[in-house]
Each structure stands twice: as C-alpha cells, then as structure tokens.
Design a protein. Structure first.
Length: 125
C-alpha cells in the first residue's frame, strides 16, 4: 500500500478586504467612555458651579415628581431612587421546632388581642 500524504493545514480565509480595519484616528473603545464622561461633566457644570452641589438622587427625585414628564420616565426615576431611600430586604432562614402547644398559645394570644380590640374602640383597657 502506498502512504497517504496529508495536506498541510491552512488558516481560515479572512472575512474581508485586506487592510480594512479601524480608520486612522478612530478612538479605541476605552476612550469612548472618557469622552462620554467629559460630556456629562460639562453638562453638569453648566447648571452647578461645583460638583459638590450636584446630587443625582435629588435630580432623579425632581424628574420623578415633574408632572410634565412621561409616566414611564417618572416611574423609572422612582424605581432607581428606591435603593437610596429604603434598605434592601434579604431572606433570612429561621430554623428550629415549634410544638403544637406553642402554636396554640400564640394563636390564643392573637385571638385575645383581636377580641379586645374589636370591643374597645378607644384603645384603653
């Protein structure tokens, strides 16, 4: 039998025209956020003399309470403000055993409170 010759592995063909890439002078991806930051900073400084006077949460609250804004925008502002106003609630696992007698005691105490609250509207005993 004759030995089979294996063809050399060729790199995949290029998917475009050679020499086409980023145009000269185009910004890298890392420079674009810097540009955006500068634009935002200059817009902020137009309305506020110093950055210490600017509070984005307060600005969101102002937009959220502006009745001339769209409802969707106002709702979005409210949703973004929530973490700064209210604490984030987390799940807590409680383990242990409660006997049937302890459950009945708690239920009895709750029922007693409910009965006394229904019969007494002024809050005194």
């Amino acid at each position: 039998m004759a030995q089979q010759q294996i063809a050399p592995v060729q790199p995949p063909p290029r998917s475009g025209i050679a020499g086409i890439g980023r145009p000269p002078g185009a910004l890298n991806k890392i420079n674009k956020p810097k540009e955006l930051f500068e634009i935002i900073k200059s817009a902020v400084f137009k309305n506020y003399p110093s950055i210490e006077d600017y509070d984005p949460v307060v600005e969101l609250a102002i937009i959220a309470n502006d009745k001339t804004q769209a409802v969707e925008l106002r709702a979005s502002c409210h949703a973004r403000i929530i973490p700064y106003v209210y604490p984030t609630l987390k799940s807590v696992e409680i383990s242990g055993k409660v006997t049937l007698e302890e459950r009945h005691e708690v239920i009895d105490q709750l029922l007693e409170v409910m009965v006394t609250d229904d019969g007494d509207n002024n809050g005194s005993t």
